[in-house]
Design a protein around this ligand. Structure first.
Ligand SMILES: *Cc1c(COP(=O)(O)O)cnc(C)c1O
Length: 395
């Protein structure tokens, strides 16, 4: 069958083979009326902890709430600074600002789009109370130098792992190396819920206990409130449904990587595409704009475990990204998306952070040149080839 459209993702295809298992999980919630915490959540948390190889996994209401809960558990608030990348989804810095702390933005590296460790070192002040790297586009940030800086200053690390469940860093699951790992089960993420849901992980018993308290209004039992928390609970129904999908998650990751390999091979064969770097440059002294060696720059794997979600290209020519994006969206029925058109240091709501635009060469470049292509585990070879051919038509 010839392909004439490719959606950004197709959850129907993801769920169809799991329908009986998902309906059984739904029926269990319906039959027991177990909707808030309880055995379904406990059991899902155990499976997540085992999958990630982490001591504590705490189901929460969203990835955003996982970040907020981690910050609250670390007592971060007014007068504090938290270092995070500028080139990320809004929730990273939004959660920092909501505690009353100031997000301090750092530029990202052109090899993996993740925060520059050298940039972090320069941004540390006596007010820095946490470092929040983001594992963007399914790939871990360079954690060793980040953890080294954090330990040298006695500062905790909160890993925004919303996009990188299933990725690892030197063999350890992304999100399990810092003090907290924060995951999202938003439907477009590597593992998607049937609505909003998230997960908070830690290997620290005391922090886990604090986070669990804060998840339910700081209530230690019988309406005794030790801390001012919130309602950050995952729905038991979501936990039950996600537990089904978690069992199939390794196969889904493999499907995504199969599509990514075909994309990479297809673009490489065109002669129009190369990589932004020949070796990982995460540890360079300063992020740089990649050399325009090819019209298309492909996602580089600093760590081979990268899960390529989303699958993001850079188009080096001026205005080419917008031309390709329009061509795919309007002429070819392809759900390509721009993540992210405006870096956070340029957002009106963060004007108080007083970031100097010249300190963000890569974030600014990526916001004008990056485009993310459809990728989902069930995408066919024909669909992948249609996207490749359609991109090449417009370059
Ligand atoms: C999706 C995402 C979040 C927020 O997760 P939600 O579950 O949508 O609240 C946070 N950070 C990053 C980098 C994300 O991609």
């Amino acid at each position: 069958m010839s392909v004439s459209r490719v959606p950004l993702l197709d959850l129907n295809r993801n769920h169809a083979p799991l329908r009986a298992e998902l309906e059984a999980a739904f029926a269990k919630a319906l039959d027991t009326s177990g909707f808030i915490l309880g055995p379904a959540v406990d059991s899902f948390e155990k499976d997540c902890a085992a999958f990630l190889g982490v001591k504590h996994a705490i189901g929460v209401s969203s990835g955003t709430d996982a970040l907020l809960l981690a910050l609250m558990a670390l007592d971060i608030g007014p007068g504090h600074e938290v270092i995070c990348p500028s080139y990320t989804f809004f929730a990273t810095a939004g959660s920092i600002a909501r505690t009353g702390a100031m997000p301090v933005f750092v530029d990202s590296t052109p090899c993996c789009f993740n925060i520059s460790p050298a940039g972090i070192a320069k941004a540390i002040t006596p007010r820095t109370k946490a470092i929040m790297p983001v594992h963007l586009y399914g790939q871990s940030a360079d954690m060793d130098p980040i953890l080294e800086i954090a330990r040298a200053h006695g500062i905790p690390v909160i890993e925004d792992t919303a996009q990188a469940l299933g990725a690892s860093y030197k063999g350890n699951a992304a999100g399990t190396l810092g003090d907290f790992g924060c995951y999202s089960f938003f439907p477009t993420k590597n593992l998607g819920a049937f609505g909003d849901a998230g997960l908070l992980t830690t290997n620290n018993d005391a922090l886990a206990a604090r986070a669990r308290l804060l998840r339910t209004h700081g209530d230690s039992g019988n309406y005794t409130h030790e801390l001012v928390g919130g309602n950050f609970r995952i729905d038991a129904l979501q936990a039950g449904l996600l537990q089904v999908k978690l069992r199939h998650f390794p196969a889904m990751l493999e499907g995504r990587k199969r599509v990514a390999r075909r994309y990479l091979a297809g673009f490489e064969a065109s002669g129009k595409a190369g990589y932004p770097v020949t070796a990982c440059t995460c540890r360079d002294a300063a992020p740089a704009i990649p050399a325009p060696s090819h019209p298309i720059l492909l996602p580089f794997a600093c760590d081979p475990s990268t899960t390529y979600n989303p699958f993001t290209l850079l188009f080096t020519g001026d205005g080419v990204r917008d031309r390709v994006s329009d061509h795919l969206n309007k002429k070819k029925n392809i759900g390509a998306r721009i993540y992210y058109p405006r870096p956070l240091h340029r957002q009106p709501c963060f004007a108080a952070a007083e970031a100097n635009d010249a300190d963000f060469p890569f974030s600014n470049y990526a916001s004008l040149h990056s485009l993310s292509l459809p990728i989902f585990p069930e995408m066919t070879d024909e669909e992948t080839d249609y996207v490749v051919a359609s991109v090449l038509e417009a370059v």
